[in-house]
Ligand binder design. Structure first.
Ligand code: CA
Length: 418
């Protein structure tokens, strides 16, 4: 696959995140346009509400782009997903017959505010990165018992909260919570002191199911992917997590990038899961390459200062694919809905600069990292801005995700003051 040439400004640059090969789906507004669905192409966004209203996009009997979410399109199923991608490719390709019709519907990305691209039905977060699980397990249980006994057999997860999922650019408030220091007999209610990020990918379920589905069916049901930062209060988690797992530690916020990159756009970058120590049971066995080769990075910028890249890794490091996670999620009969969001789990690689959380980078706070500014970090400080970025690298083009940013605001002085 090479770069597909487009007539849209900026779309043929080797380093744009949004060439014609990509066509990711988001929701935007401008000073004059209400929030609506849009497709990123080069430096522009195609207004899907206007395109449908003018009959340039006509995929179903009822309108699909009246509401500022992509759920209606997802509900139509894979045949319509493909029809839309084909139609957009025709309209935006170099020399397209309808260029004159489409040109007035393009909005400069620089003028747009981006919003949540979908209504998140439910949010489930997994723990499927072996390097991350091994690092965390080594810190808490020692190297012999780093991985729990179930870890190599099922993708471990917990049910999170859709209500706490926010779009990139949303400020995050440092939470208060119950903390228990080893030096004290009783817990105290305080602002979190060990607030962290987790570099993850989010998979978006585009087809509903009601009963167990196979790994192949799960792969077919996934609509696309986003970058995901699962903000985590390590000190709240350490006290609350036994025996039911994380609760308030993960409930402050989870940020996602504003563009849904479709499974179709990522198809040339499929790759296999790593070698396995134990064969998976049949219902979770790999049936083909279902991970993706996606370069990922995290930068940290202290308030008003220059950013430092603190981690660089790749999605292909995961032990389980999103398809395996979705298949596992359905085994009990759990119904899955259009708009369900599945977090991959923190993505870390085998070496230190590839660790996708400060917990791992600073080894539980014992080994601070040094930023470009000369400051050090164990966990996040007030005013820090984190930016996740990701792209799959093709031959002369990239399939980019844009960025997923968030700034940490100081804790409230009194969270119960009205
Ligand atoms: Ca997580």
């Amino acid at each position: 696959m090479t770069l597909l040439s487009s007539w849209v400004p900026g779309a043929n640059s080797a380093d744009t995140d949004f060439p014609l090969n990509n066509l990711p789906y988001g929701v935007f507004s401008t000073g004059t346009l209400d929030a609506r669905c849009g497709v990123a192409i080069g430096d522009m966004i195609l207004d899907m509400y206007a395109a449908e209203e003018q009959g340039i996009i006509d995929l179903a009997d009822e309108p699909l782009f009246e509401l500022p979410f992509w759920n209606e399109l997802m509900e139509q199923g894979p045949a319509v997903w493909t029809a839309l991608r084909n139609r957009l490719t025709d309209l935006l390709t170099e020399g397209a017959r309808d260029q004159g019709l489409v040109e007035p519907l393009l909005v400069p990305m620089i003028d747009a505010t981006l919003h949540m691209p979908l209504v998140v039905s439910e949010f489930t977060d997994f723990y499927a990165g072996r390097h991350h699980a091994t690092n965390v397990g080594t810190m808490f249980r020692g190297p012999e018992n780093a991985l729990p006994p179930n870890w190599l057999h099922i993708p471990i997860g917990y049910n999170g909260r859709a209500s706490s999922v926010v779009v990139s650019g949303t400020d995050i408030r440092r939470p208060w919570g119950q903390l228990k220091s080893p030096d004290h007999d009783t817990p105290a209610f305080l602002p979190s002191r060990r607030f962290d990020l987790e570099l993850e990918m989010g998979a978006i379920v585009g087809m509903a199911s009601d009963g167990p589905i196979t790994v192949d069916e799960a792969d077919a049901a996934i609509f696309g992917y986003v970058l995901l930062n699962d903000w985590s209060a390590r000190d709240i988690q350490a006290w609350e997590y036994q025996p039911l797992g994380p609760f308030q530690a993960k409930a402050t916020a989870t940020s996602i990038s504003p563009w849904i990159v479709t499974k179709a756009a990522l198809a040339p970058f499929r790759t296999s899961t790593p070698d396995r120590e134990f064969a998976l049971l049949d219902h979770l066995k790999d049936t083909g390459p279902m991970l993706y080769d996606i370069n990922l990075s995290v930068t940290l910028a202290p308030d008003g200062k220059e950013a430092t890249t603190i981690a660089q890794t790749n999605y292909r490091e995961m032990y389980y694919s999103s398809a395996q996670q979705l298949a596992h999620h359905s085994t009990s009969g759990c119904p899955m809905n259009v708009g369900d969001l599945l977090g991959s789990g923190t993505i870390s690689g085998p070496t230190k600069p590839e660790r996708g959380s400060l917990l791992e980078l600073s080894w539980g706070g014992k080994d601070p990292i040094t930023l470009y500014t000369g400051e050090t970090r164990t966990f996040l400080e007030d005013g820090d801005t984190l930016t996740l970025a990701g792209h799959a690298q093709g031959d002369g083009y990239r399939i980019g995700f844009g960025t997923c940013t968030g700034t940490l605001l100081a804790a409230l002085e009194d969270p119960y003051k009205r």
